[in-house]
Design a binder for this molecule. Structure first.
Ligand SMILES: [Zn+2]
Length: 426
């Protein structure tokens, strides 16, 4: 759910030994060379000088903190952690905000700051990797000069899904330029078609990176997947874009960014048969949760987030269940140590809605082993009883699915009937 301004272990960096520090003039020369290659590959000339500098671990950490402070208001990062936890995607004892800073600092090879218009190269990057990372970061600087990326990389409050889609454009493009440059330098240039094919082997990269980075390896699967999304899925998206209209098509992409992870995962839903997400607004919902429940977050999971939510299931099943997504909203509530959530979603067809509701139902036993299923009633409704009169309630009508997870039964009833009112009254 969180896009990170980092170039990570895409190429399996070892990331421990500091590089021999090159002299000032060597660095200038290095930057110049990389800039020319990136400009040529991407077909954009820098209109003004690109600033950059080498940074040590402490400076990178300070930068990470600065970015987080810029993007998150006080309490928002904790709310994001509570959201992951409410969805059973984080262990209860993980200190999310601290972990995020460690993870980001460790993963960084280089980072472009669109506000200050400068990029930093981590000083622990081995010499053989420096050029690759500089090419990636220079591409961000070129994007920024051509399209002004700082505006749309502002965190979108309440829609992490749209945010991940935007990050995927920016990171996918920089990663593709980087990859093409690395292949050329190695004397093995590949066409887009071949790159597309080789992307299927990306699982291997994920594996490599988890070996090379301790925090990354320790990170819960949902965090790792969120971290990789803009790079891997973004790369596939930008390859798909270029195969349709060369680099020129990116002008159009930047003018009208994909609005959901669905469009990134299925580029045809962006380019060929546009399928914009259905927004779900239910302003009265927080009031229905019941007294004492405090709303801690409201967000959009998107197709990618729905896939994460179903992590108890095998990959194929997860993918299929998430694939009919058309829109959703999630609300997370806290009362003392208790967490609960509500999700309202719309699917492409009733069959897609049935598939998702069924898939989620199959995760209940693992999420709450003590939950007791109640007999299925006359509507497509599944209810499990939890301690303290709380319930897990999944209900599907037409192509909509409502989920109330661990609120009291009366609240669940009110939320469900409110969401389906329009359908019931017809
Ligand atoms: Zn990047």
């Amino acid at each position: 759910m969180r896009p990170l301004p980092v170039l990570l272990a895409l190429l399996g960096l070892a990331g421990s030994a500091p590089a021999d520090s090159p002299s000032r003039s060597e660095l200038v020369e290095l930057g110049h060379r990389c800039q020319q290659r990136a400009e040529q590959l991407r077909g954009i000339r820098a209109g003004k000088p690109i600033r950059w500098q080498v940074a040590d671990r402490q400076q990178i950490r300070a930068y990470v903190l600065k970015v987080l402070e810029r993007q998150y208001r006080p309490g928002e990062l904790q709310a994001e952690g509570l959201t992951f936890r409410a969805l059973d995607l984080l262990p209860a004892d993980l200190e999310y905000d601290k972990f995020v800073v460690d993870l980001m600092t460790e993963q960084i090879g280089g980072v472009y700051d669109p506000v200050e218009e400068i990029f930093y190269l981590a000083d622990w990057i081995p010499p053989g990797m420096q050029e690759t990372i500089i090419v990636h970061e220079v591409t961000h600087a070129l994007q920024d000069q051509a399209y002004g990326i700082d505006d749309f990389l502002e965190r979108l409050r309440g829609n992490s899904d749209a945010m991940a889609a935007r990050a995927a454009v920016v990171e996918g493009e920089a990663t593709l330029v980087m990859l093409e440059d690395a292949l050329r330098q190695a004397g093995t240039p590949l066409g887009l078609e071949q790159i597309e094919l080789s992307l299927r082997g990306m699982q291997l990269m994920t594996l490599l990176s988890s070996i090379a980075f301790p925090s990354f390896a320790r990170a819960p699967r949902a965090l790792r997947q969120s971290l990789l999304f803009p790079y891997l899925q973004g790369l596939r998206f930008v390859v798909a874009a270029r195969r349709r209209g060369g680099w020129k098509i990116m002008d159009r992409v930047y003018a009208s960014l994909p609005a959901s992870s669905e469009q990134v995962l299925h580029p045809e839903k962006y380019f060929d048969r546009p399928d914009p997400p259905t927004p779900i607004e239910q302003p009265g919902l927080p009031g229905l949760a019941g007294r004492d429940w405090r709303l801690v977050n409201s967000d959009v999971l998107g197709e990618f987030g729905m896939d994460l939510l179903l992590e108890q299931l095998p990959e194929q099943e997860r993918r299929r269940a998430a694939a009919g997504w058309d829109g959703d909203r999630l609300w997370v509530f806290a009362r003392g140590d208790l967490l609960a959530w509500v999700s309202l979603s719309v699917w492409d067809s009733p069959a897609d809605a049935i598939q998702f509701a069924g898939a989620l139902a199959r995760t209940v036993r693992e999420r709450r082993p003590g939950a007791r299923a109640e007999p299925i009633g006359p509507t497509p409704r599944m209810v499990w009883r939890l301690p303290g009169d709380r319930v897990i309630w999944i209900e599907r009508r037409r192509q909509r699915v409502a989920v109330v997870f661990a609120l009291e039964r009366a609240a669940a009833r009110a939320i469900i009937s409110d969401f389906f009112r329009a359908i019931i009254e017809k």
